[in-house]
Design a protein around this ligand. Sequence first.
Ligand SMILES: O=P(O)(O)OC[C@H]1O[C@H](O)[C@H](O)[C@@H](O)[C@@H]1O
Length: 323
Amino acid sequence: MDCSLEDHGIQTVVHSKSGSMCQIHEFGATILCYHPNPDKYSEVLFVSRDAVLNGTKAIRGGIPLVFPIFGPPADKENDDMPQHGFARRNFWKMDKSSLSDTETEAAMDFTLTVAADNDKIDGRGTKGLWAPSATTSPACELRYRIVVKDESLTTTLTMTNTGTIAFPVQALFHTYYEVHGKAALDTSKCSVTGLQGYDMVDKVDPDNSKSPDSTEAITILKETDRVYSPPDGKNEVNVTLQLDRPTHTPIMCTAKGSVDGTVVPVSCVVWNPHEEKAKAMSDFGDDQHHEMICVEPGILGKPILEPGKQAVLEQVIAVSTTS
Ligand SMILES: O=P(O)(O)OC[C@H]1O[C@H](O)[C@H](O)[C@@H](O)[C@@H]1O
């Protein structure tokens, strides 16, 4: 992504001390780029060259936010909410009072407020739990805090149930990483480690699902769409990504979640559409599956968020193990 991009709806947060910067599109509060200290590092995130940035379609790349469902609705007959929910399909508000730029970090918050009967929020569906209704629909406030440091980006999504109806939560950072040298399919250059021992559901080839998966390094050999759920006792995600970066250093991604103050397990999705799916997506270059890999930590267990309570999902992307 071109970090010099300036446009209506795009906000920039710069950490003056280190020069690290991040750009966020108000549509979906989608982070488009994260460029750590430019004296030392290159861009971390991938955005499709055909991504739609005018607010008519979820942005293909960066870090789209998935909430309150992951994938299509569980009960498609009775719920027409679109895949991955509504968070990525609406304009969020930047909170000017949250802006800061200190010695150690720069920060910016975005919010999306969803009243129970607000029918202006795109993607709530017309038949399911979230269909706008003053009496039967949930309400929520989403607050998204983005903190940029010299060598790390921390994103924290706080989901507050502001209504009277409890709802199941799924929330995920759909992070698209740039793989340098178009090497995503080169197994010696692009890999993800840290998910060994997780239960793996293979959405492309269900017969290949493993419980637990003993694979040490996940590489891309074909279309890959896998959901990794942690073994008992492991709640945080802690993965290492080799992306053939110019510095030859890996990226570390950690993530944790909680509901009403209680830690909940965080799963991790690994996705690369490969050739056929790449060609089928109108907002993705035919050959761009060579340039990216999605590693997406999230709360997928559908814990119930009661009225007045909060769920929190946090991700840290670090370009150095010392961050
Ligand atoms: O095309 P989208 O709705 O953005 O979804 C892109 C991908 O997101 C996740 O990674 C899912 O596991 C995939 O099944 C889906 O294809």
